[in-house]
Design a protein around this ligand. Structure first.
Ligand code: SDX
Length: 428
């Protein structure tokens, strides 16, 4: 007997079927509720509402579990490579050696971008935030590859669009950084692996030999894996809803980049470093900022703390915190902000306000400290988040299209004026 929930309303009683997932999560399927009762449900921020079913990522917020296609984030972060995790998320299985070699070859083949992209880049002021530059460059791919505009035409074409964006995203990200520094852009060097090629485009200068540092490349691989997907977060839900209108993959992902930019979401990693620097410059007065974070009348929030899903700990934050110690030590970087972050975390986790509201460090709390040690400036931190999340957005967009999901169009409850007659301007 399939499980159901009963809704009793206005003297009537209807049964709503329950859907149970492979991890025994239950959801009430309300797809028939309006036709059978005239009711809709209301859930601002979709805190209790499932938007879809998916086979890509599983999260358990209470137990701090994060798995991609069944593999734990702990195993993937310690044993896999970012390109392998891209393949796993998008195609559903860990690749064989030949499959991975071919996938990486395809991506390498598409790292170069049309020279006209330099004209678009030149149109930006040098202080343009790289997230804004990136989202427009990604949308502009539709101008150079108009065949990508019709995603339903063939899987082959979708696969070509996938390797094109995986190949060109690092180039765009590095070039948007060079735009800020005023240094000449560096072209892709396909003799290098995916992460080293990106690091060279980011940090090499024409007059210098660039030797990839394995410590930096390994740290980058791990950071990108830790950001790769996170089920139906704000930016992924944006990618899905734009894609549900049958918009193609590039504008859908560009929309995701813009959603991620917000300081409550991916923009938090830049906001964390700015917050820590502010506290550092304010005599390390941690107690003052903890007090501000708890003060309802103060808009200040402890950036990098709290999460919509994780209510005990964010497994990614644990891994990144350990990696921060390791990477800074290996690079011989002494960033006092790391000690300040640990002190802030300790005080917050012993404070009743944070304990009662289940606020813990999330993925953004320590990541900026590593990015800074690797040489990235704060305005590039969210670009790095978007780089990591790219395969997640791609896989979720592909899944939504393959499942032929309907156009996303939520309902509302209207609280405005009821019907009234027009009044001529001379009588107002
Ligand atoms: C990411 O969804 C994902 O999976 C996202 C992400 C991913 O991988 O895609 O994990 C990446 O976006 C991580 C989150 C990064 N954002 C931040 O670090 C910004 C700071 N944190 C928040 O603003 C907040 O915690 C959110 C936005 C992350 C989650 O907030 P919710 O779930 O909407 O909860 P809420 O804002 O209603 O907060 C609940 C209570 C409130 O107090 P009350 O009104 O109940 O009295 O907790 C308080 C909030 O005021 N609170 C905080 C706080 N976060 C929540 N108080 C102080 N500092 C904070 N950081």
């Amino acid at each position: 007997m399939s499980k159901a929930a009963k809704l009793i309303y206005d003297g009537k009683e209807i049964e709503l079927p329950l859907l149970t997932g492979t991890e025994n999560e239950d959801a009430i399927d309300i797809s028939k509720i309006r036709s059978e009762t005239g009711l809709i449900t209301l859930d601002k921020g979709y805190k209790n509402t499932g938007a879809t079913t998916s086979k890509i990522t599983y999260l358990d917020g209470e137990k701090g579990i994060l798995r991609h296609r069944g593999y734990s984030i702990e195993e993937l972060a310690s044993k896999s490579s970012f390109t392998e995790v891209c393949y796993l998320l998008i195609y559903g299985e860990l690749p064989t050696k030949d499959q991975l070699d071919n996938f990486e070859h395809e991506i390498r083949f598409h790292t170069l971008v049309h020279e006209d992209f330099k004209i678009i880049l030149d149109g930006y002021p040098s202080k343009a935030h790289p997230m804004g530059v990136l989202s427009s460059l990604i949308t502009s791919l539709t101008a150079f590859y108009p065949e990508s505009l019709d995603p339903s035409r063939s899987r082959k074409l979708v696969d070509l669009s996938i390797v094109r964006i995986l190949g060109k995203f690092p180039t765009f990200a590095a070039w948007s950084y060079k735009k800020r520094t005023g240094h000449p852009i560096i072209y892709p060097d396909n003799s290098l692996d995916y992460c080293s090629n990106f690091l060279k485009m980011m940090f090499a200068l024409p007059s210098m030999e660039y030797e990839p540092n394995p410590v930096v490349t390994d740290a980058l691989n791990k950071l990108l894996i830790l950001h790769a997907d996170h089920e139906q977060n704000c930016s992924t839900s944006t990618v899905r809803i734009v894609g549900s209108a049958q918009s193609s993959i590039y504008p859908s992902i560009s929309a995701g980049i813009n959603a991620l930019w917000g300081p409550l979401h991916g923009g938090a990693n830049q906001a964390v470093i700015e917050m820590l620097d502010t506290i550092m410059n304010d005599n390390n007065d941690v107690d003052k900022y903890i007090k501000k974070a708890k003060d309802k009348s103060d808009p200040f929030r402890l950036m990098g703390f709290g999460h919509r899903v994780y209510k005990n700990f964010d497994p990614r934050a644990k891994i990144i915190k350990k990696a921060a110690d390791n990477v800074l030590d290996k690079l011989g970087v002494n960033d006092p902000v790391l000690e300040l972050a640990k002190k802030l975390e300790k005080i917050a986790l012993e404070d009743e306000y944070f304990i009662q509201k289940k606020l813990y460090p999330n993925v953004d709390f320590y990541s900026g400290i590593i990015y800074r040690a690797l040489g990235f400036p704060p305005e590039m931190f969210t670009v790095m988040f978007a780089f990591g999340r790219l395969p997640g957005w791609i896989s979720q967009w592909v899944e939504m299209r393959q499942n032929k999901e309907p156009l996303g169009r939520p309902r509302q409850i209207y609280l405005g004026e009821t019907q009234r007659d027009y009044v001529d301007i001379k009588n107002r």
